[in-house]
Design a protein around this ligand. Sequence first.
Ligand code: UDX
Ligand code: UDX
Length: 458
Amino acid sequence: MKISSICCIGAGYVGGPTMAVIADRCPCIRVVVVDINAERIAAWNSDSLPVYEPGLEEVVRRARGRNLFFSTEIDSSIAEANCVFISVNTPTKTYGKGAGKASDLRYLEACTRRIAQFARGHTLVVEKSTLPVKSAETVQAILSVVSEGKTFDVLSNPEFLAEGSAIQDLFNPDRVLIGGQCSEACAALAAVYANWVPLDRILTTNLWSSEMAKLTANAFLAQRVSSINAISAFCEATGADVEEVAQAIGKDSRIGPKFLKASAGFGGSCFKKDILNLVYLCEHHGLPEVATYWEQVVILNEWQKHRVARTVVEKLFNTVAGKRIAILGFAFKKDTNDTRETPAITVCLDLLEEGAQLAVYDPKVSKASVLSALAHAGPTSTQQIFSVPSALEACAGADAVVVLTDWDEFRTLEWMTIASSMRQPAWVFDTRNCLDAQFIRKLGINLWGVGKPSNTKK
Ligand code: UDX
Ligand code: UDX
């Protein structure tokens, strides 16, 4: 069994970059990325890629047209491949049983049925999308009722890349995880990664462990963010400094230094969705205590987002009605244009509800994306939102600046100019602790940093 031709269904944040790197590192393998969204495919074939990731453009430029192709020809691409990756979205269900928690698996099922229909000979079917544990059983069941001459092996190969560092993560992964029942099939997929990943970082497990490991990894990471955010509130109440606390505990090798940055909460397409899915599965399996334990990670995260908005209102004399507030950063983290589940949505909606005028600036998020993310704010509220082309313009005339994303350029803003252009008394709310607080305070601006001692109520 040797993989010579790959088809990946789903040209999103995961499928696009992952396949670009596989094609780049394996020139002998033909890689076709397909999607039902023709606009997205056109963008992948253009100079303006639909996903912003540092380093992605170079990789795509090297491989596109050589052995990397983006296409809407889904059926023929499946037929030509001997390995099909499923990388479609698995959003939280919004209807029926499990609404609000369970994953919506309709796209997974639709893709699997298409693979069953169009695949030829022996095909490896690889789950790349994050899925509920035991999803492979569904995939296998659908594939088992196909006409003669077709055979399949189903593998789980979850992606651990983080947005903003996707290319780095793909080139140099901590580990590649392959779960499967057939060791030959696992070995065939491992051989693809072995083109650039050291063998000791390629782990093979059973199918269910692989599916479970992906959900668990995201749950543990999100849990750390909620843990430090919970402590950030406690720091503010007591005069401790969350950054000093994080540094002190991070030196303990059992805890480690990563994922200990307080913020306005975690965002992104995965953490909330995957934890809610875990919660739903635990409830389903009769484990309510386990479900409640994990659900608290999401509850704390929601609380933190509202806490930031509440703090802004409180500091501005308990009213922001008619006041201009600069929102610096809308993406859920730096180095991405992704706004899915970004804490900025909750913070902005809360401020809009209080009657604020928001001047939003993000170096990579367009006005259209901001407006569509805030769409349910209603038509009146959208008149309160301005998207401006620079941070300086956002801050001019503002009563407050709220830094929500830690873009590098915010560290070096011209605070002298900003200070003189803001309405006094001016406030800066740094939810990432990424600004030079001392310098900004010296300019006569009040500064609140998440989890910082100066926030202590006297
Ligand atoms: C998604 C999931 O969110 C994540 O859990 C999973 O691990 C990988 O897939 P992402 O790539 O970020 O992550 O999603 P998205 O950017 O929405 O891309 C999914 C793509 O699949 C979309 O472009 C969509 O058009 C496409 N799709 C969806 C299909 O091509 N066919 C379908 O039937 C459904
Ligand atoms: C995550 C996982 O890291 C990745 O392995 C998985 O494949 C997909 O989900 P991603 O959502 O892209 O990746 O970004 P990540 O870097 O994990 O950040 C998630 C959120 O947590 C962001 O909003 C980020 O700002 C926030 N965060 C992260 C903090 O608030 N503090 C931290 O210390 C770390």
